[in-house]
Design a protein around this ligand. Structure first.
Ligand SMILES: Nc1ncnc2c1ncn2[C@@H]1O[C@H](COP(=O)(O)OP(=O)(O)OP(=O)(O)O)[C@@H](O)[C@H]1O
Length: 333
């Protein structure tokens, strides 16, 4: 579990004060994948580095794995950090060491016997699918393979928490997907709690149970990803789903234009044919998408309803009664 309470961070730069975080509180439950989204300069790196005290907050409290970190002695903090692994955008591997030596490093620092280290490294490389690369140097690996080494090294001391600082930001889309799948697997297999920062929406949709949005050092929203994405008007919905290009579709005179976000049971129901059958209206599809968000699906539909005015009105009431939020329900020109 990670709990940040009222975290603020002010950097001092050439006599000037740069506020990076202001009164940030968040809680990551055990076994959860929690994503913090934000644009460049929002304070994401500062936030994640406050969790293992690579950066000391100016104010606030940091509680990890049941332990208050601020105020620990250097030795106790070193020990606490073994329970918090971290991976980085640029991998941070030792270029003059082989893959196996990179993964072994934290175990050597912890003073494990050589034989145990060998066994553990083999186990970790198997876990990330790199058993055949043990003796290879990082320069001979692809970006995705380097990040797998980073993950194996971070997991070596068996941490319960993994911090991910833009771990897929420099990878191509396909490699990103495979690294995200690996992180999801590790989260499930090991019950690993993951806190990640990213500016990539697809990372949040593919991997995160919960998310928060950071803007200019402040958390402006946090909650369950599926819940936030299901509700038009939330910041996460806005960031993940750009507005429909309504003007470009065929506009049917006299129709009512409706934009819906469908999730949960609604994402598997034949909503348009239900409207047509029950209310004798026609639904003309203008735009739409259906995509996976974790284990669930979220659909977005823009369509125009035509028919007798009373029938259209009843169809709209029905949508509302179903708990479907219509982003827009305006009579087309
Ligand atoms: N060591 C530092 N000294 C002074 N100011 C800093 C320092 N590190 C970060 N900042 C400032 O703090 C603010 C937040 O930076 P931070 O790197 O946390 O943002 P970020 O969201 O991670 O950005 P990016 O996605 O570009 O890495 C920025 O205004 C940045 O210039």
């Amino acid at each position: 579990m990670i709990e940040l309470r009222g975290i603020s961070k002010v950097y001092k730069q050439g006599g000037r004060e740069v506020p990076a975080l202001q009164d940030v509180s968040l809680r990551v439950e055990p076994g959860e994948v929690f994503g913090v989204l934000g644009q460049s300069g929002a304070g994401k790196s500062t936030l994640i580095r406050c969790v293992n005290l690579l950066e000391r907050p100016t104010e606030g409290r940091v509680r990890v794995n049941g332990q208050e970190l601020l105020g620990l002695s250097p030795e106790a903090l070193r020990k606490a950090r073994q329970g918090i692994g971290m991976i980085f955008q640029h991998f941070n591997l030792f270029s003059s060491q082989t893959v196996a030596q990179n993964v072994a490093y934290p175990l050597e620092v912890a003073g494990l016997p050589r034989e145990q280290i060998r066994t553990r490294v083999a186990e970790l490389l198997a876990l990330v699918g790199l058993s055949d690369k043990a003796e290879v140097y990082p320069a001979r690996l692809s970006g995705g393979q380097k990040q797998r080494v980073g993950i194996a090294r971070a997991l070596a001391p068996r941490p319960r928490i993994l911090l991910s600082d833009e771990a897929t930001s420099s990878l191509d889309p396909e490699t990103t997907r495979s690294v995200l799948a690996l992180l999801k697997d590790l989260n499930r297999q090991l019950g690993l709690t993951v806190l990640l920062i990213t500016h990539q929406m697809e990372v949040v949709k593919a991997l995160c149970d919960s998310a928060a949005v950071l803007e200019q050092g402040r958390l402006v929203e946090q909650g369950k990803v599926l819940d936030l994405l299901s509700r038009p008007g939330t910041r996460l919905h806005e960031l993940c789903y750009p507005p429909f290009s309504t003007g470009e579709g065929p506009v049917l005179r006299g129709g009512y234009r409706v934009a819906l976000t469908l999730s949960g049971e609604h994402s598997t129901r034949p909503i348009l044919s239900t409207l047509a059958r029950r209310f004798d209206v026609d639904a003309h599809l203008l735009e739409g998408s259906l995509e996976r968000v974790g284990e669930a699906r979220v659909g977005r539909l823009l369509f125009e309803l035509t028919g007798a005015p009373e029938a259209v009105r009843q169809a709209l009431v029905f949508l509302r009664e179903q708990g479907l939020t219509t982003e827009e329900a305006a009579r087309a020109a």
